[in-house]
Design a protein around this ligand. Structure first.
Ligand SMILES: Nc1ncnc2c1ncn2[C@@H]1O[C@H](COP(=O)(O)OP(=O)(O)OP(=O)(O)O)[C@@H](O)[C@H]1O
Ligand SMILES: [Mg+2]
Length: 390
């Protein structure tokens, strides 16, 4: 059976390993530290940095496909690996559009895909000019390397533009500015595509962000008209094909108040907006990603319940005294149907340390349960004051 190498040892690699086990495969990871979430569980760990070509080569030796749990590997290293015969999936020419927000915005604009107005920012004057033309506040972004809202700034006025731009440029950060979209909500259209060209799409989901970070995902997106859902899915399938994407891809979308869909960004790997499918779909994203990068036929993406809600377990400001183990006991006692996924990560404020999936029939009810369960796991507090000893 094949070995797949995943660059990065985070929770996405950990959950991909979990899927690999069921398929009789091995997932080798390139992890920074032995206690990274995936390095704790897979026997094949190469320790090293994703920016180190020697480490990347070592991780790639003998593997059938090399893929990613994040998008931060330098493109030139990937080109080198490809030239040396490594089967990199997605190929670097496609991955670029998940790595570089400016290249992505330009490419999508060229393909006629709706994106917010944007510009490259090389000076504070560029940023101020953009704000004056497209309205304040606007959004300033690091072109590369951001995640979970790190690398995204809402710029209110000229003074803020001056300071933030100067500070980031001084640190060598390449920047872009884009219009702040008056959004109704955020959606994600997830698909997977194989090198052969087969593609499959999951239902379009709603993603709820708090403080720039995904908190909750509702699958399928409630009250999304069929036509808009089809538009989002077709857009994602078209992008996967035109960009030559392989593996799983999430297209993060803004739905505007006037019913338009704009692309926010692309992720070419398993994505937080696909975690619901581990329990809520016939084939989840982790197995699908493996199937896709290995060019197997893809799995059925049908949902298993009318609604699945995923809520992230985020590290609390101060970690509760109650151990995670004890919290889990209490959660299971109250909600035997909750599907829990913990990443083996230490509790730090706002850090994604796990997630909960709940399947059911009623969106409001399922969402309330999922959020209550996740809050319990983060804080050891039941938001409705429930006390097991009463
Ligand atoms: N142009 C915009 N208009 C309004 N809100 C925006 C805009 N761009 C980003 N945001 C908000 O900031 C969040 C994070 O932005 P973005 O997805 O670009 O950053 P990221 O850090 O790469 O994200 P991720 O958490 O997906 O890794 C978005 O999900 C959205 O809530
Ligand atoms: Mg994002």
């Amino acid at each position: 059976m094949p070995t797949v190498t995943m660059i990065g040892g985070g929770q996405l690699a950990r959950m991909t390993h979990q899927a690999a086990v069921a398929l009789g495969q091995r997932l080798r990871v390139l992890a920074e530290r032995p206690d990274d979430p995936a390095a704790q569980v897979t026997p094949e760990v190469v320790l090293g940095a994703h920016t180190d070509l020697a480490a990347l080569r070592k991780a790639a030796v003998g593997s059938h496909a090399l893929t990613f749990d994040h998008e931060h590997v330098p493109t030139e290293h990937l080109e080198t690996l490809v030239a040396e015969g490594v089967n990199v999936q997605p190929p670097p020419g496609a991955l670029l559009y998940a790595q570089d927000k400016l290249a992505m915005r330009r490419k999508l604009a060229e393909l006629g895909v709706p994106v917010p107005p944007f510009t490259a920012v090389e000076s504070a004057a560029d940023a101020i000019g953009f704000g004056d033309e497209h309205g304040w506040p606007f959004v300033l972004k690091a072109v590369r390397g951001g995640y979970d809202g790190r690398g995204v700034w809402m710029i209110d006025d000229r003074a803020e533009a001056e300071t933030v731009v100067a500070d980031q440029l001084a640190h060598g950060v390449v920047l872009l500015a884009e219009q702040k979209v008056d959004l109704k909500r955020e959606l994600s259209a997830m698909v997977a595509r194989s090198p052969f060209g087969q593609a499959a799409a999951w239902p379009v989901v709603e993603t709820v962000q708090r403080e720039g970070q995904c908190a909750v995902v509702i699958a399928p997106a409630p009250e999304l008209p069929d036509a808009r859902s089809a538009e989002a899915t077709e857009l994602a399938l078209r992008l996967a094909k035109e960009l030559g994407v392989t593996g799983a891809m999430a297209v993060e979308l803004f739905e505007t108040h006037d019913g338009r869909l704009l692309v926010n960004e692309l992720a070419m790997r398993p994505h937080n907006s696909g975690h619901w499918g581990m329990d809520g779909a016939v084939t989840g994203q982790f197995e699908q990603h493996l199937r896709a990068v290995l060019d197997y036929p893809l799995g059925d993406t049908s949902p298993l319940a009318p609604v699945t809600v995923m809520a992230n377990i985020l590290g609390a400001e101060t970690a509760p005294e109650m151990t995670m183990d004890e919290r889990l006991h209490h959660l299971f006692a109250r909600m035997p149907h909750a599907r829990v996924h913990l990443y083996g990560k230490g509790e730090r404020p706002k850090r994604k340390i796990g997630h909960i999936n709940i399947l059911g029939d009623d969106v409001a009810e399922v969402r309330e349960q999922a959020e209550r369960a996740a809050h319990w796991m983060s804080h050891a507090i039941w938001t409705d004051g429930w006390d097991p000893h009463e």
